[in-house]
Design a protein around this ligand. Structure first.
Ligand code: HEM
Length: 142
């Protein structure tokens, strides 16, 4: 179960990054073209939202079963860069990134003027993506 989830989490990281870049790229393209914020735009933004929630679910389970997750949490762990990344920094920053993406999607979903709906997705998704990219364990992945 642990190895399966480890592989799934690693695979979903590709899917999530691709989904976020696609959602964001599409929304920026439509915004620059001065298109309306249509149902299609909302659905493309939803792709990034769903992918981030899937990864959140798998990450949370992994956190409780991985030897690098909560079970490794100690004062000693704080002195080890990689151990601290897995047990503390990675989960916190990923959750914050996903919260930003969720807030952006939920705010943009509500009726309002098209320009602010576009800007909401662009700002929140960009910030979310930056937080996620900042704490991926690049030393071991891809
Ligand atoms: C945006 C969401 C996330 C992304 C893109 C992401 C990405 C990754 C990547 C690329 C790895 C390394 C995989 C490998 O060694 O091949 C990893 C490991 C890990 N992640 Fe995440 N993660 C995310 C969210 C989370 C969350 C929310 C948690 C926990 C609350 C979490 C907990 C872990 C743990 C414990 C490991 C170490 C697993 C192990 O090798 O035992 N991740 N993550």
């Amino acid at each position: 179960m642990y190895t399966g989830l480890q592989h799934l989490h690693s695979f979903l990281a590709y899917i999530l990054l691709a989904a976020l870049i696609f959602s964001l790229g599409f929304v920026i393209f439509k915004f620059v073209k001065k298109s309306a914020f249509t149902e299609k735009v909302r659905k493309v933004a939803l792709i990034g939202f769903i992918a981030s929630h899937l990864q959140l679910l798998v990450g949370l389970i992994l956190y409780f079963i991985s030897p690098l997750g909560i079970s490794n949490f100690s004062g000693e762990m704080m002195g080890d860069t990689m151990a601290r990344l897995y047990a503390l920094e990675h989960p916190i920053m990923m959750i914050l990134g996903i919260v930003l993406i969720s807030v952006g999607y939920i705010k943009a979903k509500k009726p309002g003027d098209d320009i602010s709906r576009f800007k909401t997705v662009i700002i929140f998704y960009t910030l979310g993506l930056v937080l996620i990219l900042s704490r991926i364990p690049w030393q071991v992945w891809p």
